[in-house]
Ligand binder design. Structure first.
Ligand SMILES: [Zn+2]
Length: 238
């Protein structure tokens, strides 16, 4: 119970039996949490402690959960939400990039991680496990395509080779200057390549289609131009 005195007051806690060690720690934690509480004669009311105004918002709940997770794992990796939700992309493609940046896209490696009993071998090259990073960053045809597209930008190719995560590669993608359409095509280029990579992979898995660099390049650039020209290019992208 709360014991009020001239200096404010303090908590008096009594138990019928002695506490075990782990219970003492819990009590200590509880007293730390409620130690700063002060009481008044006013009527009680609910207060949401994770927002400044004391009112519940989804944003404050989300922030609290993320902060708690970061504290637990000791590593703060901020999800690049602007690279997904800030882009003018059809919603199904935004959802694809959301899962891609989280590393959750259903590659064979991720399917095996979820309990499926299949081979993890990449269906495109049959060389390495089909992880997200392998398929979207370091798969030989993807590297060849980027080598083609970035011939005059070797420093960018090095960043691609060095990228450990897809989101790192996208985060490092630079802006360019020039006319409006060129700037937009450039900014959508990595999205177009990743999307065409997924489609080519699915075409191989489900239709036995053989991936060809020339077609891949044409479709990739076409998708980037289509998207940059107008946001309603579902025919090209979907
Ligand atoms: Zn492969």
């Amino acid at each position: 119970m709360w014991h009020a005195n001239s200096e404010g007051g303090h908590w008096l806690v009594h138990f019928r039996r002695d506490l075990r060690d782990w219970e003492s720690l819990m009590l200590e934690d509880l007293l730390t949490k409620i130690g700063d509480c002060t009481f008044s004669e006013n009527e009680d009311s609910w207060v949401w402690i994770w927002s400044r105004k004391g009112r519940f918002t989804v944003k404050s709940m989300y922030k609290h959960l993320i902060d708690e997770k970061f504290t637990r794992i000791g590593n703060r990796v901020v999800f690049p939400s602007g690279l997904v939700w800030g882009m003018e992309l059809p919603m199904n493609i935004k959802l694809f990039f959301w899962s891609l940046f989280l590393g959750k896209t259903l590659t064979r490696q991720n399917l095996v991680n979820r309990g499926l009993e299949i081979s993890t071998c990449c269906p495109l090259c049959n060389l390495l496990p089909e992880s997200v990073e392998h398929l979207f960053l370091h798969f030989p045809l993807v590297l060849e395509l980027w080598f083609d597209l970035l011939r005059s930008k070797q420093h960018l190719l090095i960043k691609l080779y060095e990228a450990d995560f897809v989101r790192t590669w996208f985060s490092q993608w630079p802006t360019t200057s020039g006319n409006g359409l060129l700037v937009r095509v450039w900014s959508y280029l990595p999205y177009a390549v990743a999307w065409i990579t997924l489609k080519s992979r699915n075409n191989k898995v489900f239709n036995e289609g053989v991936p060809q660099l020339r077609r891949w390049r044409c479709h990739g650039i076409g998708a980037a131009i289509g998207l940059a020209g107008t946001a309603s290019v579902s025919g090209t992208w979907c």
